[in-house]
Design a protein around this ligand. Structure first.
Ligand SMILES: [Zn+2]
Ligand SMILES: [Zn+2]
Length: 433
């Protein structure tokens, strides 16, 4: 597909960084962020950068929701076929699992994961590559992750790693835990370690964030169904108002976090959706509250679950209503394994320079289904800065979310490097195979 000049201009900012020797670590330390990004672009090369941007834009324009990634998988498979990479795909809702041969095919594989799904919601970026599907958008940057992984496939095909590299394009990270599907499809068979990364606007392009240990929170969802007694808006004494009970519970549930949990043990209870009522002058008979719980510790999680049940039961008694609560277990926390984290940090330092590899004092209260892989094999989850220096930070899942496409070169190089480095230290993972 031809790449517009405008796009090449945005991508191909190679500057004069070619004057630098490629492995001069000391010089790298001194490079500013822009030069470091230009270096990454040069190393990946203009033709591949342009190709990856085209791919990312196509994916961005054609977002598909969790477990419906038909066109996306088709496009990924086309890219793999062009590279002569073997793959396995059991149809829509499954993972595309590819294997790039290494110098020694008998070795266990190192896996790298990208997600294929998008989110519900209308895009407001106003870019030329805005979503063509109303009500769907790649607001989490998964199109970028897929492009990075295809970029790494190019590099690993040209110059094979010591052993095989498994490329996992999984369905449904946003909803449904598609990682479990990918694992059932065989994503981890013969794999000794797995890596993944996520774009973020918290950092400018050229920075990478790697954290030891816990990276994301445990996530659980809940729904609370309230059944009161409907009636005339002017005659509350004849009714049991489900809206008033909702208001009581919304406020009460927040006190679990603010009054019952140790403030040093992070937790969040969010009610994100409320359904109730039919008209201004009608007392609602039913209401439904839908929400999310985020915790970092199992004891805190259990306390919040029990506390919610206790409050729901008390509210029912207090207001003479019937209330049911259902809590669905979500993704476990992502906990980076030490050896993999060390390898990831080494790879990141090699790509962007140690000055630009940062850590985070605290885990994110977000969640990630990458944790399901880490239940099976060691691995590490990193973050790629993807904010252009001239841009305001735009959070993930925002309708205005977009990335600085120069981050594609950083991600491509990181995935390539981390696979090679992990193969060099594969014996340290021997327990995990
Ligand atoms: Zn997301
Ligand atoms: Zn995401």
């Amino acid at each position: 597909m031809p790449v517009p000049d405008k796009l090449l201009g945005r991508l191909g900012k190679s500057a004069d960084s070619t004057a630098m020797t490629s492995r001069d670590t000391n010089t790298r330390m001194e490079m500013n962020l822009e030069v470091c990004v230009s270096r990454a672009l040069d190393e990946v090369g203009k033709p591949l950068c342009a190709r990856l941007a085209t791919l990312r834009r196509w994916l961005h324009q054609h977002p598909e929701l969790s477990f419906q990634e038909a066109e996306t998988a088709e496009r990924i498979i086309a890219e793999l076929k062009r590279l002569g990479i073997t793959y396995q795909y059991d149809g829509v809702g499954h993972a595309v699992i590819a294997s790039v041969d290494g110098n020694d095919r008998s070795l266990p594989a190192i896996a790298i994961r990208a997600e294929m799904d998008a989110l519900p919601g209308d895009e407001t970026t106003g870019t030329s590559y805005e979503s063509v599907y109303p009500g769907r958008m790649h607001a989490c940057g998964h199109g970028a992750h897929m492009a990075m992984l295809i970029g790494a496939a190019h590099l690993l095909s040209r110059n094979p790693a010591p052993g095989p590299v498994r490329l996992v394009f999984q369905p449904a990270e946003e909803k449904g835990g598609g990682a479990r599907t990918a694992i059932a499809d065989g994503a981890l068979t013969g794999v000794s370690a797995i890596f993944a990364g996520h774009v973020t606007h918290e950092f400018e392009t050229g920075k990478m964030m790697i954290r030891d240990g816990t990276v994301t929170a445990q996530s659980d969802r809940f729904s609370i169904s309230i059944r009161g007694k409907g009636g005339h808006g002017a005659r509350p004494h004849e009714a049991v108002d489900a809206v008033v009970i909702s208001g009581f519970l919304i406020a009460a549930l927040q006190t679990l976090v603010s009054r019952e949990i140790n403030p040093l043990h992070a937790s969040v209870v969010t009610i994100g959706k409320i359904r109730a009522g039919s008209a201004a002058n009608v007392i609602a008979e039913q209401a439904e509250l839908l929400g999310s719980i985020r915790t970092l510790r199992e004891d805190v999680r259990q306390h919040i679950h029990n506390g919610m049940k206790r409050m729901v039961s008390a509210a029912a008694e207090l207001h003479n209503a019937e209330i049911e609560i259902r809590i669905d277990e979500g993704y476990p926390p992502v906990i980076n394994e030490p050896v993999s984290t060390d390898i990831a940090r080494q790879a990141a330092c090699d790509v962007v320079g140690s000055d630009r590899v940062v850590t985070s004092e605290f885990p994110s209260m977000g969640s990630e289904d990458f944790s399901y892989y880490l239940d099976e094999v060691p691995g590490c989850f990193v973050r790629f800065g993807a904010r252009h220096p001239d841009w305001e930070p735009i959070p993930l899942h925002s309708p205005a979310f977009d990335i600085d496409e120069r981050a594609l070169a950083v991600g491509t190089l990181f995935f390539d490097r981390v696979a090679r480095l992990a193969h060099k230290r594969i014996e340290e993972f021997s327990d995990g195979v």
